[in-house]
Design a binder for this molecule. Structure first.
Ligand SMILES: [Zn+2]
Length: 103
């Protein structure tokens, strides 16, 4: 995958290190096992799943829009006022000057 912006060298190093980790991939549906590096294991595991268990579909974690229950609550103005007054109260207790951090 091509990122929009080039990554910081530290991030690239970290990713490279994580990709190089030795791992064992296992299959949940059969006794398939594979040993190698994390980067290769990802594609190997995907290839195995597609080939050996094509009936297994990955479900979306987030339910569709039609499910009302998943909607985030919409906060009213009073709720926000409550939240901010609570925040200010706590900030005062901790001796934090909020005006100093605004701006
Ligand atoms: Zn399998």
């Amino acid at each position: 995958m091509q990122a929009v912006r080039p990554k910081h060298p530290n991030c690239e190093l970290y990713d490279a290190q994580m990709d190089a980790l030795p791992i064992v991939e296992r299959c949940l549906f059969c006794g398939w096992m594979w040993q190698g590096t994390a980067a290769e294991g990802r594609t190997e595991a995907l290839a195995h799943r597609l080939q050996a268990h094509p009936e297994v579909k990955v479900k979306r974690r987030r339910p569709g829009r039609h499910l009302k229950s998943f909607r985030q609550p919409v906060l009213k103005k009073e709720d926000w006022t409550d939240i901010y007054s609570e925040r200010n109260k706590r900030a005062q207790l901790h001796g934090v000057d909020l005006a100093e951090h605004a701006a």
